[in-house]
Design a protein around this ligand. Structure first.
Ligand code: CA2
Length: 147
C-alpha cells in the first residue's frame, strides 16, 4: 500500500483548545481521524507526525523518500512564513508535496501573506478549515505516480 507522510507544524497540537474563531473547534486528533477515513477510501496508508521543532520537520521531509513515502501532506504552520530550511527540504525531497492551511493566510496579518513553501510545493490548499486537509489529501492521492 502507498504510504503518505502527514506533517503538522508548530502549535497545531493546541487545536480545539484555543482560537476556535480562526482555527475551528476540531482537535488535531479529530482532523487526523478525518484524514484516516479519506486515506482508507483511497487505499493509502498514512503516517502522521506533529512537531514544534524546525529541524525535526526538516529531518522528516528529508528522510521521507528513504523511508518509502510516496508523498507528503504538510501544514508548516508558523514556519510557512519563516523557514528557508523547510522550503529547501521540500524542494529537495523528490516527492509530491501538498501544503495546507486551515485559515486563509491572505486574509490575515500581513506577516502571514508570504509562504516560503508554496513556490516549491506541488500545490497549496487553504482557508477551508479542517477540510483543507481533506481536500489536500485527495489532491495528493491524484499526484502519486501509479507504479
Ligand atoms: O491556518 C493555518 O493552518 C496556519 O498554518 C496555522 C498556524 C499559523 O501560524 C499560520 O499562519 C496559518 C498556527 C498554528 C497554531 O494553531 C493554534 C491553534 C490553537 C491555538 C493556538 C495556535
Amino acid at each position: 500500500m502507498k504510504k503518505i507522510l502527514v506533517i503538522h507544524g508548530p502549535n497545531l497540537n493546541l487545536l480545539g483548545t484555543r482560537e476556535p474563531g480562526i482555527y475551528g473547534h476540531l482537535t488535531l486528533a479529530a482532523i487526523n481521524q478525518k484524514l484516516k477515513v479519506v486515506a482508507k477510501k483511497h487505499k493509502v496508508a498514512l503516517v502522521i507526525k506533529q512537531s514544534n521543532h524546525e529541524g525535526q520537520i526538516v529531518d522528516l521531509i528529508g528522510g521521507a523518500k528513504k523511508n518509502r513515502f510516496c508523498a507528503i501532506l504538510i501544514n508548516p504552520a508558523a514556519y510557512t512564513h519563516t523557514s528557508v530550511a523547510i522550503r529547501d527540504a521540500v524542494a529537495a525531497c523528490g516527492l509530491a508535496v501538498v501544503e495546507v492551511h486551515l485559515s486563509n493566510i491572505y486574509a490575515r496579518e500581513s506577516f502571514r501573506h508570504k509562504s516560503l513553501i508554496s513556490p516549491v510545493a506541488s500545490g497549496t490548499i487553504l482557508g477551508f478549515g479542517a477540510n483543507s486537509y481533506v481536500l489536500g489529501l485527495a489532491a495528493l492521492v491524484d499526484l502519486i505516480p501509479s507504479k
